[in-house]
Design a protein around this ligand. Structure first.
Ligand code: HEC
Ligand code: HEC
Length: 331
């Protein structure tokens, strides 16, 4: 649900020209960002700082140095049922592990008391908040073990982990991440150029840097990332037949002010992801009306660099093109 939700939000953020966004939208943005922070920080911190001894993947009997994290979650939930109490108890134990605080008596018998270590308390609290709010990774044997023991509580309640979501949404998330990351890098660089050196220099920057920037990101993210258009400026960005069909579809959706959903197509091992690139007022400096939006010297430069330029005449909130991103399904 959360992923579906944040996707919808991204969609909203993306159709930048702020179609009468309502108050509630902002609240959900905040909440979802907070969720994201707990999810991403808490999960990563737990894996980095605690999995050394609390890994879910070590075998049940041999070679473990501590109980899997899920055992801690299940026992602490039995005693502490509010998030605040749960987080407090874990933070307190980690700060100073002592026999009298121990809930996992069997674990102490088997592994000895958790050694005292120096952890940042804020980080431990994030880890605990994540464990409380999300379904965490658990070994296959744990549920049966918990039930056998007569555990009364559900051992692993919480919002679903990414991986347990339908494949489609998972991929859609990844595609969106690639698109947004590239958009952020291109956008930040472009805005910076315009502010510091004016539109004309920014055109030259786009001309020289759009490809290298996109490519270096694509390499980093291990995906193929293209921006293509039905009315390309750079002929190398011309949409192919399939992409043209997707552009036509997105134009209808955006014109009707409907919710924009990415299109995903599985081709063998690869997932192909398509999402519209919509204009805002900044874009009109270089893609708007030739008479009223684009400065004459910018027009001249554009004509020199792109004799076949078709990418003018846009208004705000129009589909300028699409992200066309391909990545392997099992990354
Ligand atoms: C060097 C190994 C090691 C690391 C690293 C480690 N632990 Fe532990 N921890 C243990 C062992 C062993 C136990 C089981 C014995 C016990 O309960 O004290 C344990 C038990 C616990 C318990 C349950 C205590 C109880 O009531 O029985 C909590 C809570 C806990 N660890 C939190 C954490 C957190 C959070 C992290 C990461 C920030 C972490 N541990 C990192 C070894 C470790
Ligand atoms: C400073 C001028 C400038 C601004 C502002 C600008 N662009 Fe562009 N845009 C260009 C240039 C130059 C290219 C060609 C880059 C290349 O050679 O790959 C381009 C290419 C593109 C392409 C790739 C397809 C094509 O036509 O070649 C898309 C999509 C695009 N721009 C969308 C936008 C959007 C959306 C905005 C506003 C958020 C925007 N641009 C703002 C100059 C600009």
């Amino acid at each position: 649900m959360k992923y579906f939700f944040s996707l919808a939000l991204l969609g909203l953020l993306l159709t930048t020209a702020c179609k009468n966004q309502k108050k509630e939208t902002y609240t959900s943005v905040d909440e979802s960002e907070k969720d994201m922070a707990i999810f991403e920080d808490g999960k990563a911190l737990m894996e980095n700082k605690c999995y050394l001894c609390h890994s879910p993947s070590a075998p049940q009997h041999e070679g473990r140095i501590g109980p899997p994290m899920i055992a801690i979650k299940a026992h602490y939930l039995e005693k502490y049922d509010s998030e605040a109490a749960f987080v407090e108890a874990i933070s307190d134990f980690v700060k100073g592990p002592t026999e009298d605080k121990v809930l996992l008596k069997g674990a102490v018998r088997r592994f000895g008391l958790m050694p005292q270590q120096v952890f940042d308390d804020d980080e431990v609290r994030k880890i605990a908040a994540y464990m409380y709010a999300y379904e965490i990774e658990e070994p296959e044997w744990f549920e049966a073990h918990w039930n056998e023991r007569g555990g009364k509580h559900k051992h692993n309640p919480g919002k679903k982990h990414k991986k347990q979501h339908g494949k489609k949404q998972n991929h859609s998330e990844m595609g969106m991440k690639y698109a947004m990351e590239t958009k952020k890098v291109l956008g930040a660089n472009l805005m910076g150029k315009i502010q510091q050196e004016g539109v004309l220099q920014a055109v030259k920057f786009c001309n020289e840097q759009a490809y290298p920037l996109t490519d270096s990101l694509a390499q980093k993210l291990n995906a193929k990332i293209k921006r293509v258009s039905d009315k390309p400026r750079n002929v190398a960005n011309a949409a192919n037949e399939e992409e043209l069909a997707h552009i036509a579809h997105f134009k209808e959706v955006v014109a009707a002010d409907d919710k924009v959903e990415p299109i995903m197509v599985q081709k063998g091992e690869e997932v192909h992801f398509y999402y519209p690139i919509v204009t805002n007022s900044m874009c009109l400096n270089c893609h708007g009306n030739k008479q009223s939006n684009i400065e004459p010297k910018v027009l001249t430069t554009l004509a020199e660099l792109y004799p076949k330029d078709r990418a003018t005449g846009y208004d705000i909130n129009e589909v300028r093109g699409i992200w066309s991103i391909a990545f392997t399904a099992n990354q």
